[in-house]
Unconditional design. Structure first.
Length: 309
């Protein structure tokens, strides 16, 4: 894998594409361009797309290639500042107070300045991301932002504007160097325009058949060529029949891996029925594929590959 050390960054779009490809992430020109611009302009990158298309993987590959730590804030409903930014170690603070009282040195001012010090501060992902030394700024992944509520989104807007956090007892902590910020969303709700304006934007779509086949070759090298082509052809067609949840690239990789583990050399109706749980995650979708649509798709894939030689 091509790596960059000592704070170095790719010098061109082509170099950015090469960096991602060396980490087995196949990105087109559009994604490589917006990522290169995000790095050079020091702007957060907002990635939107269906679940499983590889948005989170971009941050992982980027952190590894740039030799920087990856700090991940996994968003969820009800996420608050104590979970995302910081909180005090209350049990340790209480113990310190009790020990001070027991030793007879219960000076209130001294105790207060002691317990509200760095020693008792628990740094959560946001504070970790802005606390790194210059030249060692991490890749900060804010994953599935659409799962949080608007109140947290508003707080995050302030953080991304100035890359600083104010802790009443300690003061304001500013980033010596802004982290590389990757924000992902599955678009379960719209994120406010004010936050998007502070970012560069890219829609991550499902890959074309040729690109997905190349991904399988890289990620599941034990999968034979015929099976790889059938898997990709089958998944590409599944995405056209309006399922409740279309299979993403992650599911394609899982399915190819499962079939390889079972020593399958080609697809057949029985094998598909037995392994659909690796590809589809909703019973209604599985029932629809097993109910006849799946057999029709398989016949089309076999015919197309036969015609292609």
């Amino acid at each position: 894998m091509k790596t960059y050390t000592n704070g170095a960054l790719p010098a061109s779009i082509a170099e950015t594409m090469e960096m991602l490809e060396s980490g087995d992430y196949l990105a087109g020109t559009a994604l490589s361009t917006v990522l290169f611009l995000s790095l050079t302009m020091k702007r957060p990158l907002f990635l939107e797309g269906e679940a499983g298309v590889g948005k989170t993987e971009i941050a992982k590959v980027l952190a590894k290639a740039l030799d920087r730590p990856l700090i991940r804030l996994q968003c969820y409903e009800g996420l608050d500042i104590s979970s995302a930014v910081y909180e005090w170690n209350y049990p340790a603070q209480m113990l310190e107070i009790r020990l001070s009282e027991a030793s007879g040195t219960a000076d209130r001012g001294k105790i207060e300045s002691n317990i509200f010090s760095e020693k008792y501060l628990i740094r959560r992902p946001v504070l970790q991301a802005i606390s790194a030394e210059a030249g060692k700024a991490p890749v900060f992944l804010i994953d599935e932002l659409d799962r949080t509520d608007e109140a947290f989104e508003a707080f995050l807007l302030e953080v991304l504007s100035d890359f600083q956090v104010t802790i009443p007892e300690l003061g304001t902590i500013r980033a010596q160097e802004p982290p590389i910020v990757i924000i992902t969303t599955n678009r379960t709700r719209e994120v406010h325009d004010a936050l998007k304006r502070r970012c560069l934007y890219h829609w991550v779509d499902y890959p074309k058949a040729a690109q997905e086949l190349d991904i399988i070759r890289r990620k599941v090298p034990g999968c034979n060529e015929r099976l790889s082509r059938e898997v990709v052809g089958y998944v590409q067609r599944l995405r056209t029949i309006d399922l409740f949840k279309n299979p993403g690239v992650a599911e394609t990789i899982d399915w190819a891996t499962a079939l390889t583990e079972l020593d399958r050399l080609t697809l057949d109706p029985e094998t598909i029925a037995d392994t659909l749980g690796a590809l589809l995650k909703y019973q209604d979708d599985i029932a629809r594929v097993e109910g006849g649509e799946g057999r029709k798709i398989l016949d089309e894939v076999k015919a197309e590959l036969l015609a292609a030689g």
